[in-house]
Design a protein around this ligand. Structure first.
Ligand SMILES: CC(C)(COP(=O)(O)OP(=O)(O)OC[C@H]1O[C@@H](n2cnc3c(N)ncnc32)[C@H](O)[C@@H]1OP(=O)(O)O)[C@@H](O)C(=O)NCCC(=O)NCCS
Ligand SMILES: [Zn+2]
Length: 240
């Protein structure tokens, strides 16, 4: 069995497997074809490619079909949830798609969330929590950002993130960023927001980024207990 970076496992030399992989790999390299994008009006462009937004104004069937791009993104990073399936909840999920012809060559997924953690960068490039307690404040977050392999390192993700912020009349340092993050995602964010930024996720996600999280808890809170809001759960953590 061959495991490809596109997320596909196939048996090399088996014609059916090779053909199936070729199709999936092309989606990973050049983006999936989404015929419906042609019917949407671009609201801006990045690197000369139009950007369309898929939100509650788009029909449910089209939203579900276009969610295919979120699944292509998820295939290559299976540990991270797809983040969009075409449903609309109180989180007001939206998908911002960069298009080249009818191919979706990049995507940013957003939703509203209300629990955020303030982070800052260390000199060695890792992130640390600025405040031990989460802040409750509803704001949009970027849940996932993905660029098709052939289009990477052309500043498409950077410009798309800026376009998303413009859409929300927000700044890169004011919008939230879903945790955990991939290594590339962390590098991208460090370049986009060199100062403090808002991470969004539960305690386990926060721990994946701030490797000193437990050490800091002990250092600051030995013998005491503190609590933080995570989603609707109130978690009390006693440090001993
Ligand atoms: C992360 C990702 C979205 C970046 O897209 P991109 O369009 O290539 O990013 P940009 O060209 O705007 O990169 C801006 C900066 O981010 C950093 N960066 C981006 N990709 C990087 C990588 N693979 N390795 C190290 N740094 C990287 C660099 O500092 C880069 O600036 P530079 O090219 O001048 O060095 C893309 O690599 C991707 O889709 N990866 C798979 C999905 C993923 O990991 N998403 C993040 C989820 S948290
Ligand atoms: Zn592949």
């Amino acid at each position: 069995m061959t495991d490809c970076e596109c997320g596909c496992s196939y048996v090399a030399g088996l014609p059916d497997d090779e053909a199936a992989h070729e199709l999936l790999h092309r989606e990973y390299s050049c983006g999936p074809e989404l015929a419906d994008v042609k019917q949407l009006n671009p609201f801006t462009s990045v690197a000369d490619y139009p950007v369309v937004v898929v939100d509650r104004a788009v029909s449910r069937d089209k939203r579900r079909r276009m969610a295919a791009v979120a699944y292509v993104a998820q295939r290559s990073t299976p540990a991270f949830p797809a983040g969009y399936d075409g449903s609309i909840s109180p989180g007001d999920e939206k998908m911002f798609i960069v298009i080249d012809g009818i191919r979706a060559v990049a995507v940013a997924l957003t939703a509203l969330d209300d629990v955020y953690w303030r982070f800052a960068w260390e000199d060695d490039g890792t992130a640390r929590l600025v405040d031990r307690a989460a802040v409750t404040h509803e704001r949009p977050k970027i849940g996932r950002i993905w660029v098709a392999k052939r289009y990477r390192r052309k500043r498409i993700a950077s410009r798309l993130a800026q376009a998303v912020c413009d859409h929300f009349h927000s700044g890169l340092a004011d919008i939230g960023w879903e945790l955990p993050m991939t290594m590339e995602g962390t590098n991208l964010l460090r370049q986009l927001v060199p100062g403090q930024w808002w991470g969004c996720g539960d305690l386990d996600a926060v721990r994946t980024l701030d490797i000193n999280f437990e050490v800091q808890q002990r250092a600051f809170s030995k013998g005491r207990s503190w609590s933080c809001e995570v989603g609707n759960l109130r978690q009390a953590i006693t440090i001993c």
